[in-house]
Write a protein that binds this ligand. Sequence first.
Ligand code: AMP
Ligand code: TRP
Length: 355
Amino acid sequence: MSSFKPLVFSGVQPTGNLHLGNYLGAIRKFVALQESHDCIYCVVDLHSITAQLVHDDLPSQTRSITAAFLAAGIDPEKHIVFNQARVPQHAELAWIFNCVARIGWMNRMTQFKDKAGKDRENASLGLLAYPSLMAADILVYRATHVPVGDDQKQHLELTRDIAAKFNNDFSRRIGELGIGVEMTMGDETLNGFFPLTEPLIEGPATRVMSLRDGTKKMSKSDPSDLSRINLTDDADAIAKKIKKAKTDPEPLPSELAGLKDRPEAENLVGIYAALAETSREAVMAEFGGRQFSAFKPALAELAVEKLAPVAAEMRRISADRAYVDAVLRDGGERAGALAEATMKQVREIVGLLDD
Ligand code: AMP
Ligand code: TRP
């Protein structure tokens, strides 16, 4: 029996500036995976209206994330880069998944609880259904691997739950149509149509923390700009933010165990390791026993060396709006053809007449 073809999918929302967490936790991994896999990278504009509907700068933000993908080294010819809204099959499959997923599953999502805050009744229905659209993004291509930061782990578990329930509920139909892949679930064998997608969450920077508070995630929405390094920051801004980063008075430890209960130290060591493409152990072997006053300038220099070329390339690409738009249009066409092939089969499985 055949199995699912390996395919990588991931998405980034066009809200706010991209920061070091997005870069190390996601985008840099997108770049690396191009060598070994077919990849589809999407600017998820439909997701970005779940929290804030009216976004005057949505078109410019969508182009800016696209420019960041390209500047980081994603090849839009060998792979696919596009914005979600161009391929309406994402929203169509999300509707079907809204009927697969249970309200209780959505209510348990920590991102929903965080974003909805105290007044949950007043959050948009889209914010509640957000993970269902995310599952559709991935599964409309039957993607098998999804590189993301640690904060998306729960959403990917839910994606697997949706795929498993769909496969299970429609197993007979999928078998009759002869379009399934034989899968074992528990002690049962069934005909699955959707893969159980694997999250790719690895390395020293799956969760980059705020430079002002090592217990909080670095985020686009933190009101303090000193809390994050933006992908568009210049060398001076990067150096200043690292200099001002919160630390403790102890020197750096020489071993991993010494980072326990020192979240700021742990964060800076993780950032250094990720930027230098080495392990945290190697960083501590080099800097163990040294003060932050010695470590911070080394970190600032490394960050500028790695990020400045990406920022410069991003500015260059952003200036050519026609090029960015052409990438999105071409990527949208290619993604649309793949998504429609899946949806034709999904409509047949579910019993929705479409011709
Ligand atoms: P978002 O900006 O929320 O669309 O996130 C885009 C990607 O960046 C997702 O894969 C996130 O998991 C990842 N990401 C966001 N913030 C961080 C962070 N602080 N550390 C590591 N990865 C992150
Ligand atoms: N929810 C993701 C985030 O906030 C963005 C996203 C939407 C995504 N659809 C996706 C990530 C599909 C991976 C795969 O970061």
